[in-house]
Design a protein around this ligand. Structure first.
Ligand code: FEO
Length: 407
């Protein structure tokens, strides 16, 4: 493939990974891209690299434009493997190039490469380099996504190269948001933004708002945001910034997710009347069986909905393991501003809802009580209890939701 000019003399030289379905354990049904950028100026600068097994593609893209030995500067915005592990391949062509990265970036990168032979330059927020006609401003963004993370802003082009932030795991032949929306759909793009945020950035939501405000305080005019994954924002820059700010402020959709798993279908049978009870209060409800759904999709839905009901049968006095796996994954993502209730079936001794509730309290989510348990198979009376449980949860959720927004 050929490089794509995103601004005058600034080229996308990355790779599209159409085939990836498992990104370090996170399911990526839409594939992804590894974006990196080559800036042609008096001094040629490369921003980020790609995942190691796409180094050859990146090099070919660069060779369409220049001999890689002409590269004078390499900026590493983020050292995670999908962006920095092709660095040695490019340095083989330009061993004298200056490498710019944060102190934490240097500390991490030296665990992967022998940095003593390279020209390493540690930078901080506010530092700049000029390469002729272009000025690169560095902005540290620790924990967006790793401690080393930073962004690079090219002043003359009003271009923010944002590494993981504002990205999406979305393989496409389109490089820009408007192209993608015209050729595919805005809904798919929106889903990809939520999916990425929920699974990659959720634990670091607390830093997103202050960082965006810091960018605004610095007076940076931004007319393009080029992340390291997915499409580049050129028509919907303010929209993607607002989506991130809204999420950081606690935005969620006023609807309900039911996630559950089941051994002999009793917990599953509880979901039907519960969903009807929710619907009776005018709220939309989606039901996900955990073993039938990739974890990352269940997590994204959890994050999009203001409230979730989690269902598990009891096994050996504890909650059924696939449901606890979901809760463990969720705990690591440190979600906030969501209300959660639990339900489940048991035979001779309960325990599932107790165990689930303990984890929900530990996470710090709002716990809806009382939980609901059914012995063996739900009877008609039990189904009525399930319906009321769903209805009461919906009423409580609508009340809880009022404290957020308007967005
Ligand atoms: Fe796409 Fe945090 O790496």
């Amino acid at each position: 493939m050929k490089p794509i000019e995103i601004k005058k003399d600034i080229f996308w030289v990355g790779a599209i990974d159409w085939a990836i379905r498992d990104f370090h354990g996170y399911q990526t049904p839409r594939g992804t891209t590894y974006n990196n950028y080559l800036v042609l100026d008096r001094e040629i600068t490369l921003i980020d690299t790609v995942k190691h097994n796409f180094a050859e593609i990146m090099l070919k893209n660069i060779k369409h434009l220049i001999d890689p030995s002409q590269i004078k500067n390499i900026i590493i915005n983020h050292i995670e493997n999908d962006h920095a592990m092709a660095l040695d391949k490019i340095m083989a062509y330009c061993p004298e190039a200056k490498i710019y990265l944060t102190q934490k970036g240097k500390d991490g990168l030296e665990r992967f490469f022998d940095l003593s032979k390279w020209n390493i330059n540690v930078v901080k927020t506010g530092q700049k380099i000029n390469t002729g006609n272009k000025t690169f401003l560095f902005i540290e963004t620790p924990m967006m996504h790793w401690p080393d993370s930073m962004m690079t802003y090219i002043e003359e082009d009003k271009l923010l190269i944002s590494q993981d932030a504002f990205g999406q795991h979305l393989a496409s032949s389109s490089r820009f948001d408007d192209e993608f929306i015209n050729c595919s759909s805005e809904e798919i793009l929106n889903d990809a933004v939520w999916d990425y945020y929920a699974n990659i950035l959720m634990p670091f939501g607390f830093i997103i708002k202050p960082k965006i405000l810091e960018l605004q305080k610095m007076g940076l005019e931004i007319d393009m945001i080029a992340p390291d994954h997915g499409i580049i924002w050129r028509k919907n820059v303010s929209k993607i910034l607002k989506i991130y700010l809204d999420i950081a402020e606690g935005f969620a959709e006023e609807r309900v997710l039911i996630v559950y798993d089941t051994m002999w279908n009793s917990t599953e049978h509880m979901t039907y009347p519960i969903a009807q009870g929710i619907k009776s209060e005018g709220l939309d409800c989606k039901v996900i069986k955990l073993r039938a759904t990739p974890m990352s999709i269940a997590i994204t839905e959890f994050w999009r909905c203001r409230g979730t009901l989690i269902g598990a049968p009891t096994l050996n006095n504890l909650a059924f393991p696939p449901v606890m796996q979901f809760l463990d994954y969720l705990r690591g993502l440190r979600p906030k501003n969501r209300i959660v209730g639990t339900f489940g079936s048991y035979g001779w001794g309960g325990g599932a809802v107790k165990e689930m509730n303990e984890v929900i309290k530990k996470i710090g989510l709002e716990l809806f009580e009382p939980s609901l348990e059914v012995k063996y198979r739900p009877s008609l009376d039990d189904e009525e209890r399930c319906y009321e449980f769903g209805k009461n949860f919906a009423i409580r959720l609508k009340e809880y939701h009022k404290q957020f927004g308007p967005f």
